[in-house]
Design a protein around this ligand. Sequence first.
Ligand SMILES: C[S@@+](CC[C@H](N)C(=O)[O-])C[C@H]1O[C@@H](n2cnc3c(N)ncnc32)[C@H](O)[C@@H]1O
Length: 327
Amino acid sequence: MARQAKNTLLQKAKKLKSDEFYTLLPDIESELQHYRNHFKNKVVYCNCDDPCTSNFYRYFAENFKELGIKKLISSCYKESNIDLFNSTSSNGGYYYIYTGTETENVIPSNSDLVYFKEDGDFRSSESINLLKEADIVVSNPPFSLFREYVAQLIKYNKTFLIIGNINAITYKEIFNLIKENKIWLGINLGRGISGFFVPEHYELYGTEARIDNMGNRIVSPNNCLWLTNMDNAKRNEGIILTKRYKGNESEYQRYDNYDGININKTQDIPMDYAGFMGVPITFLHKFNPNQFEIIQFRKGDNGKDLSINGKCPYFRILIKNRQITCI
Ligand SMILES: C[S@@+](CC[C@H](N)C(=O)[O-])C[C@H]1O[C@@H](n2cnc3c(N)ncnc32)[C@H](O)[C@@H]1O
């Protein structure tokens, strides 16, 4: 095989590898229980979801009446028919609209599916038309297209709840949205998301990898989170601060290149420090915008990574306590 063709295949395989994580129903239920009052009379769109196999589609179809949903749309990309689910294959993607009037099985049969003229890419004009109809988008999108996916949701002013990799927080575009309080973290993160189905050809890695009693292959990367712009109770809870800076100054090292102190664990944030503090990115899981202001990510005044005695701690987010005005 020519080298170029081989490289293209390898790149495709690499991309698909990070994109083929299929969400488990218990993880969807565990997160969605915190947003139950958001769906009444709303059009819900799962736009990276094969209605024949996706647990997002299944969750909303099965809870359609209880949540008071107006319409449920689930669409999938041409490549989503992987052998994991032995689903029907087609060259184009397709979608299904569930309106709650269907009485029997909520899973559509082949004849119920509407085939796209295009390929069902979430960026295609047909998918965007469905997106325009929707009030709320809920999915686990392809990780390789995460930036574009979020940018599109913001562009079309959609309410959403999606799964991403924790690293996504460090993307400039995503971090800025969090900083501006346009999006925030959901309830579950890391080990709070139990795992994902992966296809046959996918390596079962990690100590928690397993095959369930239905033969489904499951990995637990423990590195994912939910991102949303729907209010949830956790966002309104403040972090209970128990440490003091005064009298313990030596426990808080100062940065070489920024006028602020370094904090290694969110629970070590002092209650009495009015200046800038660098906290680990996991702080965002507990972030309440009424309690803290996010200043910037990672960089000191000289544009280089925050350092202490010439060494860089892990990425830090610079924050300030809004509720203290003087030290
Ligand atoms: C991480 S998987 C999750 C699938 C499903 N949402 C779930 O949670 O089980 C991402 C899905 O997006 C599909 N996909 C990849 N590129 C896409 C695109 N450009 N537009 C829409 N879907 C895409 C993949 O085929 C895959 O099914």
